[in-house]
Design a protein around this ligand. Structure first.
Ligand code: COA
Length: 404
């Protein structure tokens, strides 16, 4: 592609676990009521993962859905970014697990931790990478917050939920897609929303576990004040950067933390409430997953049209905040991909499982024959192995000799 490059969202997908946890269910776990939760947050229910699910399994399902909409085979992806604060492991990156599972054979992969602002941070990175020459970047927000909640702490456990959303960001010559973004951070508020233990500062010990240091802690009042102040500021700043007026905005897709925070931003921005998409009632706060999930549902509800001016805005742990202004470039409602293209995209998923199995098996066989560091004389090593197996199968005579 010659000339200017723009980064457009060409595919999108979401996945939430099947298990629904209602406010009524929560009232049997902690001292709370449906009325309190709905009045204070707008949340009615949230999804939580089952035993066999994890951040990566949610991310993979949302990624497959996004690739099918884009009609892009996983092998065409240049980079995968997973925004999450509940990664599969401390390391390696959840993005690497996703890369293997979907068969993104030529993609780089990394995780990005910027709390509930993570998806917009990742979208901003994808925009820069695409403008710099990449063709397709897969951006995922995925969380299993239920795994880091203290289910005896009513201040936090009623607020959060699990889920994942993904978008494919592709290069386009048309002036649309991500036109401006704003990223911000105020680390002086780090302890307002955090997991105190399990990192390098307070490593995991029996004491940190018995004191619940591995659970999320939050100062709700302070976070509320921060959110209601920063959200309108970030929207105004990014709208200015895009060269728009506030009245030009067709839809704001805010981070879904609390209906009252969204309503406060609506008033401060002096925008009609119907310009804000809200689905916090059904999923709670899914952190980095909340904006891509809301985007998918806004598209499904017919709230997004080609040429619309969208603002995405998030805030959260860090403290961090982010906003992006994008002009929607993809035609909607989306036309199903031709069947051959769908086949080319979906065939990649079972092939990825075979490829992963083959690579793991090959690694085991290689280690078995050559040892973990490899050896030049592999034939000699193979002979040694065969001899040892032969020795073992002979009947033993006398006491065993010293070990090699
Ligand atoms: N059920 C019932 N009562 C609860 C409760 C619950 N789940 N959680 C707290 N309460 C009680 C408190 O104990 C307190 O009772 P008291 O007055 O008898 O002491 C009362 O409700 C008020 O608690 P407080 O924590 O001061 O409420 P608040 O007005 O700050 O609202 C939040 C609490 C969590 C709804 C609000 O602070 C908030 O939304 N903060 C932002 C959180 C957020 O979005 N975090 C993620 C950002 S990404």
């Amino acid at each position: 592609m010659n000339g200017a490059r723009y980064a457009q969202i060409t595919g999108w997908g979401m996945y939430v676990p099947e298990k629904v946890l209602t406010n009524e269910d929560l009232s049997h776990i902690v001292d709370t009521t449906d009325e309190w939760i709905v009045t204070m947050t707008g949340i009615r229910e949230r999804r939580v993962v089952g035993d066999k699910e994890s951040t990566a399994t949610l991310a993979i399902r949302s990624a497959r859905a996004a690739l099918l909409v884009a009609g892009i085979a996983a092998s065409e992806i240049d980079l995968i970014i997973v925004a999450t604060i509940t990664p599969e492991y401390l390391f390696p990156a959840t993005a690497s697990v996703v890369q293997d599972a979907i068969g993104a054979t030529r993609a780089g992969a990394f995780d990005l931790a910027a709390g509930c602002s993570g998806f917009i941070y990742a979208l901003t990175m994808a925009n820069a990478y695409v403008r710099g020459g990449a063709d397709h970047v897969l951006v995922i927000g995925a969380e299993t917050l239920s795994r880091i909640l203290d289910w005896t702490d009513r201040n936090t456990c009623v607020l959060f939920g699990d889920g994942a959303g993904a978008v494919v960001v592709s290069a386009s010559a048309e002036r649309s897609g991500v036109l401006a973004s704003q990223l911000g951070s105020d680390g002086s508020g780090a302890e307002l929303l955090y997991v105190p233990a399990g990192g390098s500062r307070v490593p995991t010990t029996h004491e940190t576990i018995s004191s619940g240091g591995h659970f999320a802690r939050m100062n709700g009042r302070e976070v509320f004040r921060f959110a209601t102040t920063i959200m309108p500021q970030a929207v105004e700043a990014v709208v200015g950067d895009a060269g728009w007026q506030k009245a030009d905005i067709d839809l704001v897709i805010p981070h879904q933390a609390n209906r009252r925070i969204i309503e406060s931003a609506t008033k401060r921005l002096n925008l009609p409430p119907d310009k804000f998409f809200v689905n916090v009632d059904r999923y709670g706060n899914t952190s980095a997953a909340s904006i891509p999930i809301a985007l998918c549902e806004a598209i499904a509800a017919g709230r997004v049209k080609q040429g619309d001016k969208l603002v995405l805005v998030g805030f959260g742990a860090g403290l961090s905040w982010a906003a992006a202004a994008l002009e929607w470039g993809a035609a909607l409602p989306v036309k199903p991909q031709p069947w051959l293209r769908r086949l080319a995209v979906s065939i990649w998923f079972p092939l990825a499982a075979v490829r992963s199995f083959w690579r793991r098996t090959a690694r085991h066989v290689y280690n078995w024959i050559l040892g973990p560091v490899g050896k030049d004389d592999w034939r000699g090593r193979l002979r040694d192995r065969a001899d040892r197996i032969g020795e073992r199968s002979k009947p033993s005579s006398g006491p065993p000799g010293p070990k090699e």
